[in-house]
Design a protein around this ligand. Structure first.
Ligand SMILES: *[C@@H]1O[C@H](CO)[C@@H](O)[C@H](O)[C@H]1NC(C)=O
Ligand SMILES: *[C@@H]1O[C@H](CO)[C@@H](O)[C@H](O)[C@H]1NC(C)=O
Ligand SMILES: *[C@@H]1O[C@H](CO)[C@@H](O)[C@H](O)[C@H]1NC(C)=O
Length: 357
């Protein structure tokens, strides 16, 4: 294994001089996070631009939806602790909160982060009674015609609220929820960034992980769906009340503390492509795009406050699929706006409240 790794590293993947300079600069300028030679090391910084699928200015989009009364501003005065992890707070939903998914070679981050956070909040709201992953396939390809080309952080939530999302697991029945759900993600796993390590999946762009255009949105469940998830119209999960948006460190903590993980977006600079572990702060490199992710908690390490964030680049990436980023300084706009279902809401399946099941 080791030999193969070195052969690859020394051969095809020689480090690009600009990348080498960027990594050296990160090492010099921050001790909060560790960069490394990754899949991207053979390319000049900025190559991941096309991966990051949040369109335009998410702050503006949220402001427009608020002004139109389509969503509402979350308000709270609850006090929150210095450290908090949704998976520890709600152990009955830990399995779904820590379910790291894989968006494949498709700019569907906006749908993954929303479907994931909505699944967690539904589970938490029902005390663990309904632990079902909501389908990224349904949310990405039915709520927005642009699918793999990008979307907004409000779209998944307004779609789940008004139309409902069916259940759906990971590609080819992989992941902690296995088989039997209505509409699994149809695009293959890929190795995204970071050292290859034990990641068995092909690199983006290599055979097995081609650049994807959006398939048609599903209108029926997969043929291997179990009886309880086999009828598309009857497998639609939705919630009541308006979608909520929170801004700023305190409100975001309160929104998570009251109801679980939330969707956010942040600006990716090319140094994020070098992330291996630690508390990310932007130190070097140019703008590469917007990326949507799910915040699950926060904490403090050696006096530095951070958010704990689930990415959708599979569980081999970063810190077991998560990364941490500096909290309280609106690092890369991560505290600009987050979106979620209300903490006090009623979740339904095909119009019937889940508490009645
Ligand atoms: C905190 O300190 C420990 C021990 O020195 C170190 O291993 C770790 O990397 C530090 N973490 C951060 C985020 O600086
Ligand atoms: C799907 O999963 C099965 C069993 O886990 C595996 O044998 C098969 O190779 C996978 N197929 C693809 C296309 O990944
Ligand atoms: C579907 O049924 C199979 C076989 O009984 C079971 O292993 C699996 O957990 C079920 N999946 C769901 C989502 O209920």
């Amino acid at each position: 294994m080791l030999l193969l790794y070195y052969a690859v590293a020394a051969g095809a993947a020689a480090i690009h001089p600009l990348r080498e300079a960027e990594i050296a600069e990160i090492r010099e300028r921050t001790s909060l996070w560790t960069p490394g030679e990754t899949r991207f090391s053979k390319f000049a910084p900025g190559v991941s631009k096309w991966l990051n699928g949040v369109k335009g200015e998410w702050k503006m989009e949220v402001a427009i939806a608020l002004a139109a009364g389509e969503i509402e501003r979350f308000e709270s005065s609850i006090s929150v602790p210095d450290s908090f992890d949704s998976a520890t707070q709600w152990p009955e939903c830990e399995k779904i909160i820590n379910d790291i998914r894989d968006q494949s070679n498709c700019g569907c981050c906006w749908a993954f982060a929303g479907a994931e956070a909505a699944s967690d909040r539904m589970c938490i709201s029902n005390g663990g009674g309904e632990m079902v992953p909501l389908s990224a396939q349904d949310v990405c390809f039915n709520s927005n015609r642009d699918g793999c080309d990008g979307g907004q952080i409000t779209t998944p939530w307004t779609y789940v609220r008004s139309t409902g999302a069916v259940s759906g697991g990971q590609y080819n029945n992989s992941g902690p929820f296995g088989s039997g759900l209505c509409s699994d993600f149809s695009l293959p796993h890929c190795h995204h960034h970071g050292p290859q390590g034990d990641d068995p999946y092909p690199d983006e762009g290599d055979p097995g992980c081609p650049s994807e255009s959006s398939p048609d949105g599903p209108t029926a469940c997969d043929s291997d769906a179990n009886e309880t998830h086999a009828d598309f119209a009857n497998d639609k999960y939705s919630f009541s009340g308006l979608v909520q948006a929170a801004t700023g460190e305190t409100r975001i903590m309160q929104l998570i503390y009251e109801g679980g993980p939330v969707e956010t977006a942040f600006t990716v600079y090319s140094d994020f492509e070098d992330y291996v572990s630690g508390i990310y702060e932007h130190v070097s490199g140019s703008y590469a795009g917007g990326h949507a992710v799910k915040i699950t908690g926060w904490g403090v390490e050696n006096g530095t406050k951070y958010w704990k964030v689930a990415n959708s680049w599979n569980e081999y990436w970063g810190e077991d699929g998560f990364f941490r980023i500096k909290k309280g300084t609106n690092e890369c706009g991560i505290e600009d706006e987050v979106t979620a279902s209300p903490a006090t809401t009623t979740w339904s399946k095909a119009g019937k409240p889940l508490v009645d099941y």
